[in-house]
Write a protein that binds this ligand. Structure first.
Ligand SMILES: Cc1cc2nc3c(=O)[nH]c(=O)nc-3n(C[C@H](O)[C@H](O)[C@H](O)COP(=O)(O)OP(=O)(O)OC[C@H]3O[C@@H](n4cnc5c(N)ncnc54)[C@H](O)[C@@H]3O)c2cc1C
Length: 455
């Protein structure tokens, strides 16, 4: 057992907690993460030389962030931590890595625990490819890691809890927020609130951010439709409809995204079975008790297997590690596993409340003008996709990709795949599940040609 190769991908809350639990049981896991330091997205750490106090960086979550950051250094003799290392493929019991030094390497595993997290869910709208438009998460990362804003006068547009949070973080940092545009109706927040009451402290934070934005005089609009960003060569303004009127806000940057999207490509390449999850409107790797996947020896934890937030990610990381220990015949704390299952179920109730509060803004897809780019890597617009669906009878996204090249570029459909599936389902008047999911292809993220040439 001593030379058992246990590999955790991802050093966010889920991966770090999983590795710590495995190390505490006497295993020596390897954590591979493309980030420069442990923390994942929510607790992302600035690079050397750009450090700032935790309270400034993580607000209410400073204590949790500091606790998580301390784990990997404290366990450095018991964890093989490999930062700045991308896993770009899974193949027959091994991972293909692009290392911090730019080399290609293979890392074999007996147990693989995927804790790959999520990224912003991007949806196209007119002007979304103009310089000055960022994802909401990108806007937050700029602030968190570099201490800089994406513009002098920023509009935030979206549909999810990151929207008020990032806007508030900008206001708190002294940025000018010209408007917060929520593509979902205000009444949905009231509907979701009773479920979110299962985690009152988190609900209170959301109410606080919105209250602070109002107090700072930031204009906030709900049920925002037909957003359009304009400018000569870069962002100068955004137009939108809300409350039965057309509005315009001058700005030089827009942060926009419409929820989060699980990073599932490695689970796909590992052969995991996927199921359509209607609440998330995404195909996700099937998770059995304790985070076991459908493939023996492959485990799933955190947002990479379904968006549930940072607290749930930490619990799920520990829970999946306990499942690994159980399956390997190690002693593990059954009561702790049951306790984690109960806490995860309570957080799931909160998640349902959030999903009610921020329903998917289907109107953005329905109203998408024909000339808007959907796949920016390959330059494919909505008209081309609609024409391909209609004239060539494309019924699912892989077929649509083959016929139109949408999703065939550098991002491998990570940015446009869900939008293309939504567009396909809408154009056919079919449900989203029938549009299927883009199959993962290696390399799951761009790798430099020079790295391949070195091989
Ligand atoms: C941009 C962004 C900002 C967010 N901000 C907040 C916030 O302010 N507050 C909040 O409550 N929630 C926030 N969230 C949600 C929150 O980050 C997650 O709920 C939480 O971090 C999930 O933890 P995790 O461990 O599952 O994944 P993550 O924290 O996302 O960690 C996943 C890790 O896996 C690594 N990884 C992924 N794929 C690979 C690969 N192929 N090779 C190597 N490494 C890989 C990533 O580098 C990352 O470090 C944010 C999400 C995003 C995407």
């Amino acid at each position: 057992m001593a030379d058992l190769r246990v590999v955790v991908v991802g050093a966010g809350p889920a991966g770090v907690r999983a590795a710590a639990t495995l190390a505490a049981a006497g295993l020596r896991p390897t954590i591979v993460d493309e980030g420069i330091k442990p923390g994942g997205r929510i607790y992302q750490q600035p690079p050397e030389g750009a450090e700032r106090p935790a309270a400034e960086l993580y607000g209410f979550d400073a204590a949790k962030a500091t606790r998580l950051h301390a784990i990997v250094p404290a366990l450095r003799m018991r964890i093989d931590y490999r930062p700045r290392t991308l896993v770009w493929n899974v193949f027959e019991g091994a991972l293909d890595l692009l290392t911090a030094e730019g080399r290609m390497e293979q890392l074999g595993f007996d147990v693989l625990l995927l804790a790959t997290g999520a990224t912003d869910l991007a949806l196209p709208f007119p002007g979304w490819t103009l310089p000055g438009v960022f994802s909401l998460g990108g806007a937050q990362i700029a602030l968190k890691t570099q201490g800089c804003a994406i513009g002098r006068r920023v509009v935030f547009l979206g549909a999810g809890p990151l929207l008020p949070l990032v806007a508030w973080q900008y206001v708190k940092a002294g940025g000018e927020v010209a408007a917060v545009l929520d593509a979902t109706p205000f009444v949905a927040k009231l509907r979701g609130a009773w479920r979110m009451a299962s985690a009152p402290a988190t609900l209170a934070k959301g109410v606080y951010y919105t209250g602070q934005l109002r107090r700072a005089g930031v204009p906030m609009h709900y049920d925002v439709r037909r957003p359009r960003v304009d400018g000569a060569g870069r962002v100068e303004r955004i137009r939108f409809e809300a409350g039965g009127r057309t509005h315009e806000a001058a700005c030089d940057a827009v942060g926009a995204s419409f929820g989060l999207r699980s990073e599932t490509q490695l689970a796909d390449l590992a052969g995991c079975r996927f199921v359509y999850e209607p609440r998330a409107r995404q195909w996700l790797p099937h998770r059995e008790a304790g985070g076991r996947s459908s493939v023996k020896g492959v485990y799933l934890a955190g947002d990479g297997a379904g968006i549930a937030g940072a607290d749930a990610a930490e619990l799920a990381g520990e829970r999946a590690a306990l499942a690994v220990l159980e399956d390997l015949g190690y002693r593990f704390d059954v009561n702790r596993a049951l306790d984690l299952d109960g806490r995860l179920a309570r957080l799931d109730r909160f998640r349902r409340g959030l999903e009610t509060a921020y329903p998917f803004p289907s109107h953005l897809v329905a109203d998408l003008p024909d000339e808007t780019l959907v796949c920016r890597c390959e330059g494919i617009d909505a008209a081309t996709l609609r024409r391909t669906i209609r004239d060539k009878d494309a019924r699912e996204v892989n077929r649509l990709k083959a016929l139109s090249r949408s999703g065939m570029g550098r991002c491998q459909g990570r940015m446009c795949g869900l939008a293309a599936a939504e567009l396909l389902a809408h154009a056919r008047g079919a449900d989203l599940a029938s549009a299927g999911r883009l199959r993962g292809q290696p390399p799951i993220k761009p790798i430099p040609i020079v790295a391949e040439a070195l091989e």
